[in-house]
Structure formats: C-alpha cells, structure tokens
Write a protein that binds this ligand. Sequence first.
Ligand code: GRF
Length: 219
Amino acid sequence: MALKRITVLLSGRGSNLAALLAAARAPSYRGAVTHAIANRPQANGLAIARDHGIATSVVEHSAFAAREDFDAALAAVVDASEPDLVVLAGFMRVLTPAFVARYEGRMLNVHPSLLPAYPGLHTHRRALADGVRLHGCTVHFVTPSVDVGPIVAQAAVPVRDGDDEATLAARVLAEEHKLLPAAVGWFCAGRIALHGRRVRVQDARMPDGALLAPFPAPT
Ligand code: GRF
C-alpha cells in the first residue's frame, strides 16, 4: 500500500514537524511528509523541511488584504501537493470555513491544551492563572470553528507548583511531539473513524482508572 501523502502547514519553529519526520522514518509508518507550507518566509520549520529534502512553499498572509484571498492561494498550493492528510502543526492563522470544508475529515491540528479548555492563544498562561492541576495537548480534526473539532487524542501533564509559562509549555510540547506523530500515524494506517463528534481509534489502548494530580502520598 502506498504511503499516505502528508502536507504540513506551519508558521514558526517547526518542532512538531521535526517530531513527525522522525516518527515517519519507522518502516511501519504509513505516511510521508511530502510538502511543508508556511505563511511566513522566515519560519524555521521551512529549514527543517529543506534539511529533510521535503518540498517547501511560502504563502505569505501579509500579501493578501482579505482572508478569503489568502486561503484561496493557500488551497491552490495545498491542492498541488496532492495530500491525503493536511496537518496544522503550529499554523497560526484562522482558516475560513471554505478552506476547512475543502479538507473536511482529512485535516488535523495539534493544540496546546486539553480542549475544550483553553481554545485560542496563551493556553499555558491561562492554565496557570486558573490554577488547574492537569494541562496538556489535543490532536483534533479541524472544523470551521477554531479548536473545537472532533478529538482524536489527548495527553495530560501535571501543573507543578513551581511552574511558569516556559516550564509548563516545555512539558506540554514534549507530549505534543509524541501525540501528533501517533495520531497522524493512526490516520495514515486507516485506524481512525469519525462518528459525529466522537472519534474511534481502532486497536487503541486506554489507561485504566483516573489521572490524578497531585497524587497524595499514602497516609
Ligand atoms: C505548538 O505548541 C502547537 O501546539 C501550537 O504552536 C506550537 C508550535 O510549535 N499550535 P512548533 O512550531 O511545532 O515547534
């Protein structure tokens, strides 16, 4: 069976792209990143893609007055890459409903919170301000409303007493780097089925019991 073609959209650092590329080296991985597209020419993720011999494109959002025009130009480049799956990995633009509809059921996003908590920006800062004990990340299908699509997978991390935004972000990012490649791999292997808002992952193992934080010492 041919490998599924993955097009990654990104805006900056590209560490999730790097994690995906590392995972896709496994012989059993059913997908290959074939194209990386950024909305900013200076995005570091473009350099990561080039280092791996992957085609890159830039569609600069600042060159378009209207969001619809940017999305139409972006869709043309995405379509030319002939993806089976589009992955938003740190892509920091809100996409129009028309763009999202075009890739319905074959576009995934990684978001740095346990959705539906903390959609949008500054998730780690907001989690700290609220004093939550568990934070984390989510991989979900993209739907027209931002950060609310069907959830494929989530990873929870504890919020530690000494945390600041940077330490918490780093703990979450380490989980993003595992969760996104895993979810993309399941998609490429045909193991993901959508049932309304609920996603089933074939042959997924689920933890028993609860995740507790803090975990009290025995008395
Ligand atoms: C990640 O935390 C991702 O969840 C968020 O933006 C960040 C991108 O990081 N949407 P990178 O560019 O993949 O390093």
